[in-house]
Design a binder for this molecule. Structure first.
Ligand SMILES: Cc1cc2nc3c(=O)[nH]c(=O)nc-3n(C[C@H](O)[C@H](O)[C@H](O)COP(=O)(O)O)c2cc1C
Length: 214
């Protein structure tokens, strides 16, 4: 398996159905978390934390909450979208080896955060970069990772005892996999296709594109 950066970026997939549930060796998990912790961060705040969730009871309770939120979203869809959505699995919470909940603390770094005075979201961007590092490192290790966002932040805070001023940004299903698909699930199931790179590139000023609002 090649671990060149471009190859890992190409192989990375959001995983839901391919988890095998075997344990991830501690040394491998540590390397992946180390990679996440090396992410750049505004004012060097490192505003992230990682809650490792292995307890089956906690995972089942979160899975049930996600199922309710999935139903809420499904109920908002017109019939043809509903049919497409019904085919799509949105989580592998109990089947993965463990959950990694990545949190964001806007309070970290105190009041004078270098680079965040004009753009408060720069803090959140930093935490998301840690997630991307984690995702790519997991892929390089031959693991799968799936991001779950079908949840209410207050539910997850209370489930895991996360303080009120800390945001749970993602529940990441992490673990051993049978394989990684080569085409994203949403594309395979006819929900949505990728936008051409050419549409996303603008020279000097913004050019309107047909896919801007598609
Ligand atoms: C912020 C964010 C939230 C996501 N939430 C979910 C989710 O709740 N359930 C899910 O199945 N996939 C989720 N995904 C995965 C996307 O659907 C996936 O990245 C996209 O379809 C492209 O597929 P790929 O990651 O395999 O290339 C999320 C991705 C991101 C970046």
């Amino acid at each position: 398996m090649s671990t060149s950066l471009y190859d890992v970026i190409e192989r990375r997939r959001d995983v839901r159905a391919e988890f095998t549930g075997s344990p991830v060796p501690d040394a491998v998990l540590h390397r992946v978390l180390e990679a996440a912790h090396r992410a750049p961060s505004v004012g060097m705040t490192q505003p992230w934390d990682f809650v490792l969730v292995r307890d089956p009871g906690l995972r089942r309770r979160f899975r049930d909450h996600v199922a309710t939120e999935r139903d809420t979203f499904a109920a908002s869809l017109p019939p043809e979208r509903r049919t497409a959505f019904d085919r799509i699995k949105v989580e592998g919470i109990c089947e993965s080896s463990l959950g990694v909940v990545v949190t964001h603390s806007q309070a970290r770094g105190g009041t004078h955060v270098l680079g965040r005075h004009a753009i408060a979201d720069a803090g959140l961007y930093s935490t998301v970069l840690a997630i991307q590092n984690l995702w790519l490192a997991a892929t390089a290790e031959g693991l799968g990772l799936g991001w779950v966002s079908f949840y209410r932040e207050d539910f997850l805070r209370s489930l895991l005892g996360i303080p009120a001023d800390v945001r749970p940004v993602a529940w990441l299903c992490l673990g051993t996999v049978s394989h990684l698909e080569t085409v994203p699930d949403l594309e395979r199931h006819g929900w949505r296709s990728r936008r051409p790179l050419a549409d996303a590139i603008h020279e000097d000023t913004w050019q309107a594109r047909e896919t801007d609002h598609a």
